[in-house]
Design a protein around this ligand. Structure first.
Ligand code: CP
Length: 323
């Protein structure tokens, strides 16, 4: 993972264990990169370096924004689509990555179903490995772009300080157990002092999530679990809705009245503080976990801002690992 010693920073495998200083520095750098011009193809601080995208699960936002970020840094980009690759003939994740690495790449972005797949590659390959989502473990660049979006939303002056989330109550709602996005966000948000409220049906929000901040010394933020969304709405400073991941579990585990109990509709959005933004990592199950009227409300929704910030956050990560 990214470590405190700049000489050893090589991979981004997770947000767990990163300090508030490291997380804030990446968000601040991403915000600065927002103001830097696109120098055009082949020009940028990482010109001559090559990034390979290895996506063994589908993606729209993460894969394209890594490509866009790498292009803006001047890099060449190789894309492997697992469905049309020799993975379909039984080649392993590690063998696939070894072969891509042998073609001469400086960094591999990997999304895969096994938790720990990126760490396996980091142990065996002599290039930077960036986790683009591994099983139910983490999705660190999503956590970073969500963090940047919230820091920018709550910042008081012109620049992010890192204190913006201290004491803020931020809800993550829905299919928490399946969500690598939730895990990365819990680590980042609590490290920066937020109180995270995990909301959903008991089967989707296991009690084990309460132990996730035990490593923090001192524990600046906290995690609590709630099962009644309506009871907490008025106290929230921000709300992040998650996609129900129907592909990762049986449909009936969520219960027959999931959308009635946990969907963010217009009536529920009206209970939020006027300043409380709505986030969603995408893709959205429209009018199921999130009403279209709320998702598309420019006064409330930061969803497109999350996507835009995804490019500059990934530029900041590439710069940190490769420059
Ligand atoms: N948020 C996210 O990871 O989206 P994609 O699956 O489209 O990459």
């Amino acid at each position: 993972m990214l470590t405190a010693d700049p000489a050893t920073i090589r991979h981004l495998l997770q947000l767990e264990g990163h300090s508030a200083t490291e997380l804030t520095a990446l968000a601040k750098r991403a915000a600065e990169l927002n103001h830097e011009p696109d120098r055009g193809p082949g020009h940028g601080p990482l010109a001559g370096k090559t990034l390979a995208n290895l996506f063994f699960e589908d993606s729209t936002r993460t894969r394209l924004s890594f490509t866009r970020a790498a292009q803006r840094m001047g890099m060449h980009v190789l894309d492997l689509y697992a469905k049309s690759s020799s993975v379909s003939k039984g080649e392993t994740l590690l063998d696939t990555a070894r072969n891509v690495h042998a073609m001469g790449v400086d960094a591999i972005v990997v999304r895969c179903t096994p938790s720990g797949g990126p760490a396996l590659l980091a142990d065996h390959l002599d290039c930077s490995i960036i986790n683009a989502g591994d099983g139910k473990h983490e999705h660190p660049t999503q956590g970073l772009l969500d963090l940047m979006t919230l820091l920018e939303h709550f910042k008081v002056g012109q620049t992010i300080t890192g204190d913006e989330l201290h004491g803020k109550r931020i809800a993550i709602v829905g299919d928490i157990d399946s969500s690598r996005v939730a895990r990365s966000n819990i680590h980042a948000l609590t490290t920066l002092g937020a109180h995270v409220v995990l909301i959903g049906p008991p089967k989707l929000v296991p009690e084990t999530f309460l132990e996730i901040t035990k490593h923090l010394d001192p524990p600046v933020g906290s995690v609590e679990i709630a099962h009644d969304l309506d009871a907490v709405l008025a106290d929230l400073d921000a709300i992040m809705m998650l996609r129900v991941q129907f592909e990762r579990h049986e449909r009936d585990i969520i219960g027959p009245d999931y959308a009635d109990k946990f969907g963010l509709n217009q009536a529920r959005a009206a209970q939020l503080k006027p300043t409380a933004p709505v986030l969603h990592p995408g893709p959205i199950n429209r009018d199921f976990e999130l009403a279209s009227a709320v998702a598309d409300d420019p006064k409330r929704s930061l969803i497109m801002q999350q996507v835009s910030n995804g490019v500059v956050v990934r530029m900041a990560v590439l710069e940190k690992l490769l420059a």
